[in-house]
Design a protein around this ligand. Structure first.
Ligand SMILES: [Cu+2]
Length: 149
């Protein structure tokens, strides 16, 4: 074997070992669907689904798709309050009080049928994904995301 070939094999082995290390994890994508009664099926309230709903820490892309036929939806990523407490909520506006939550980023105001994405670096912990269009959170448009080590 010629020296150059040996060298490239060695480099390949090193790259393979890096790829297998926890420092070179591929980005993770969480697909989030946003649905209401206009989306088809027999959904009465509103629904947000995250797939998967549990990921490893690091860079996570939230890819949101609004499957509604008529309503704007959105996804706000927030740290879940400690000890299972509820998010601060304003009954008058029908919205979670955004300035009182740890809002890490959002895919805002997605028109019906549209998709959008957001990439965040998430530490281990419990997160909530919510839609904060008026009354949507209360109608069930939120879901949990767990980030592990
Ligand atoms: Cu919504």
């Amino acid at each position: 074997m010629r020296y150059a070939a040996k060298l490239s094999l060695a480099v390949g082995a090193i790259l393979a070992s890096i790829a297998g290390s926890p420092f070179a994890r591929a980005d993770t994508t969480v697909n989030v669907t946003l649905q209401d009664a206009s989306s088809g099926g027999n959904l009465e309230g509103m629904k947000m689904t995250a797939t998967p709903d549990s990921v490893k820490s690091g860079r996570v892309t939230i890819h949101a798709t609004n499957q509604s036929q008529g309503l704007v939806h959105e996804v706000i990523v927030a740290r879940a309050p400690a000890n299972g407490a509820k998010l601060p909520y304003d009954e008058k506006t029908g919205r979670v009080i955004e300035k009182r939550i740890s809002d890490l980023g959002e895919v805002s105001d997605l028109p019906p049928g549209k998709s959008g994405a957001l990439t965040l670096t998430l530490a281990p912990g419990n997160y909530l994904l919510i839609c904060n269009q008026p009354n949507h959170y209360k109608a069930g448009m939120w879901t949990a995301l767990t980030v592990s080590h």
